[in-house]
Ligand binder design. Sequence first.
Ligand code: FES
Ligand code: FES
Length: 446
Amino acid sequence: MADTLDFACSVNGEPRRLRVRSDQRLIDVLRHDLRLTGTKEGCGKGECGSCTVLVDGQAVNSCLMLAYQADGTAVQTIEGLARGDRLHPIQEAFVEHGASQCGICIPGMIMAAKAFLDRTSSLATPEQIRGALAGNLCRCTGYTKIFTAVSRVPASRSPAPLAPEPAAPLYFRPRSLEEALEILIQRSGEVRPIAGGTDILVAAKDGKANLASLFDLTAVPELRGIEEVGHDLRIGAAVTHAEIVASPLVARHCPALPIACGWVGGPQIRNRGTLGGNIAHGSPAADTVPPLYVADARVEVVSVSDRRDVMISDFFTGPRQTVLAPDELIVAVRIPKRTGVRGAFLRLGQRQAQAISKVSVAVAMTFRGGQPEWARVALGSVAPTVIRAPETERALLAGGYEGLKRAMEAIRNEVRPIDDIRSNREYRREMAAVLLERAIRQIAEA
Ligand code: FES
Ligand code: FES
């Protein structure tokens, strides 16, 4: 059963203290409680972007956030853009270029464009605009005019409005790791942690998860941050995909990981989805996991009484199954630093953005005197869990065209793909070899 709780946020610059049910999504509170109906619900699953609002200046899908997860933040909706009778420059550009047809997608498009333009210092390129709006669908297919409108708006860095102090009860939003672990022990079996929520809220929409049983980890400082600790790079479990994409440290020590994070969902999903959540979900198609395999990463797991490091390759026991006990949380991922490592990540999906991988390949290599010295290859979506390909790795060490030819042969034998709704086993087997070849070419040219 859902509880009632109070939390604090600002909405369009106005401080608010809101009383909500613990299972209410942000979109529900905006549309029904606050009557801000400019925010639209299309899919309710993070696929269309019509519900996009800004939280602390970042575009998010309000259908994939529990309302109380906005505690202590500044929320901006489409209603907050115009100043009296004066439209915001992005709205003016949409009007001027006829970028709206039925209009359902437009508030989400404009909010996603605002988040992007607020962070862009010069006139945006078409490629950047397409990337910024990759999480937004227009069913009227008015993309050309929408992209034109966005391209005509000068970039303006408007600061995010001030947010109030958080006010949600610790029980729903613990402020320390200790508090979070206590909740797991005290309500064992009754509650589940949530971070970005980009998987659980989709499952809830399909009736497969109970939103009332969730508590939020995003205010736990021990789960945040990317830092060098001794011989390791440590990435907190609640670090988002967008933060990893932007991190020079991750690019240096685990080059395949930011590439993979850049493929996860659209910008709204990358702003909310976390590395720890992607791992805990246990999907063999999780894009972040093959790069962690090739980096020999360890998953740092804690409970009230214990702390352990689990090799990423030992963490998964089957599709959506892991060794994580009910009283444990993932706090971080540790990646051994390796000098001069080069990496690549490639994947095939049904379409470019917002698609689950049919096959993915991550490669990491080091070289000495131009010859391969160390190689790791891992694949997603070709077995019940992500797998390493040791024969392929050995073949790559031979170097040159001969090594690549042998590696492509080896990888066809090492994958164990299945037929499913997204693809069939023969296609996946062949594409694993093709992606490997492309990955090796990228690494050679890096
Ligand atoms: Fe489609 Fe939220 S309603 S992404
Ligand atoms: Fe109709 Fe985009 S204008 S969905």
